[in-house]
Write a protein that binds this ligand. Structure first.
Ligand code: DAV
Length: 377
């Protein structure tokens, strides 16, 4: 029997009741577009082979996604899946054209759930512009089934060349990129609000955005005006030359506890708000692998990209033994999920999901505000 749909989620750790799990079928490797170098590094095996991903890799990823969905269901979580469209098609707007679309993996980049609202993000890649369509059937259904569901869409970006520094990667060595990151100088400009939902970390009343490649300051400002009851913060991790998404860098595990990628530390100034409210920030365990799988956008730090089911239970990629051991020692029951074949499709267990319903309320975890991070600070 179908349970009544409730859309409500204020953080990434309260008891999970209902989630969307992405799909890998017909996923495409995008052709070149501005800023793609940030996502696909210069040595990647992906350059020059845009179009559908190899069929056998999509089949393996699909099997792992299906198994993950099955495990969640066996734990009493309702799982919905998006409806893929034909990703292998060119598309055009009045402002740009793209040779292919992308995939409905990872949903976490597209859908931002804040309380009773699901907001489609203003993503910065042209090939992902129409991705929200894969979630349209689910949004319609939630809209019909939950009278309090707020179905929202951030301002559609135009994604003209004004949104990018077209010469950003020209002759940019690792050190040059690092130096630019330190100056908060990214390939995306401040021309219009741009954000991926996976840059947005929800902690009740406070919402922390990573300012980087995929999310700009203007988006943080837009989010502040859109969510006036919340405090929007901008944080950044200066040792990451291509900061894309916060969920392999700074991951809350339960109230009061965050793991931080040890090679992407949050600067001291920005730690103060966590310290002032008795949040502990611990270094995440090292990844078990020394390189990502083939045709992968992400780094080995997908080890940290866990899906939390409640304050004591967490899904971890099955081969990420170091991360599993750390979570075990922090008091979690660890559910191993084989997922390395999904990594290449855009991320790990957190990336591959989007919250629909977690129990719990909007709490104020940061009553002691400290200047430095808040966008209106
Ligand atoms: O470390 O490559 C991956 C985050 C995907 N949501 C990284 C970031």
């Amino acid at each position: 029997m179908m349970t009544n749909t409730v859309v409500s989620s204020w953080n990434d750790f309260d008891p999970l009741k209902h989630v969307i799990v992405g799909r890998a079928e017909n996923a495409c490797i995008p052709g070149w577009e501005p800023a793609l170098e940030a996502k696909i590094d210069e040595n990647s095996d992906m350059w020059g082979i845009w179009g559908p991903r190899p069929l056998d890799t999509a089949e393996k990823a699909t099997a792992e996604l299906d198994y993950f969905a099955h495990v969640l269901e066996s734990r009493g979580v309702r799982v919905d899946r998006p409806t893929p469209i034909q990703w292998n098609q060119a598309a055009q707007t009045p402002d740009f054209s793209t040779k292919t679309l992308f995939a409905c993996m990872p949903p976490r980049d597209v859908l931002l759930t804040v309380g009773r609202e699901i907001l489609s993000a203003a993503m910065m890649l042209r090939c992902r512009y129409f991705e929200y369509l894969a979630y349209h059937p689910l949004m319609l259904r939630y809209f019909d089934e939950d009278p309090l569901f707020r179905w929202e869409q951030a301002p559609r970006p135009r994604l003209t060349d004004d949104s990018y520094q077209l010469d950003y990667f020209k002759d940019a060595t690792y050190d040059v990129l690092l130096e630019k990151t330190h100056r908060l100088d990214f390939v995306t400009t401040e021309h219009e609000p741009l954000f991926d939902a996976a840059d947005v970390m929800r902690l009740g009343k406070d919402i922390f955005c990573q300012h980087g490649v995929t999310t700009n300051r203007k988006a943080a400002e837009w989010l502040q005006r859109h969510f006036p009851e919340h405090r929007i913060h901008c944080i950044n991790f200066p040792d990451d030359p291509n900061p894309i998404h916060i969920d392999a860098t700074f991951v809350p595990l339960r109230p009061g506890l965050i793991i931080n990628n040890p090679v992407r530390n949050l600067p001291d100034e920005q730690r103060k708000i966590f310290e002032a409210n008795d949040w502990e920030i611990v270094d995440a365990a090292l990844p078990a692998h020394d390189r990502p799988p083939p045709l992968c956008y992400s780094s080995v730090w997908l080890s940290m990209n866990v899906l939390i089911l409640d304050h004591k239970t967490v899904c971890v990629e099955a081969t990420e033994v170091n991360q599993a051991e750390q979570l075990d020692s922090l008091g979690f029951e660890v559910i191993p999920i084989p997922f390395r074949n999904v990594y290449s499709f855009g991320g790990g267990l957190h990336c591959a999901t989007a919250d629909v319903h977690r129990e719990g309320e909007c709490l104020d975890y940061f009553p002691n505000q400290v200047p430095g991070t808040q966008i209106r600070g």
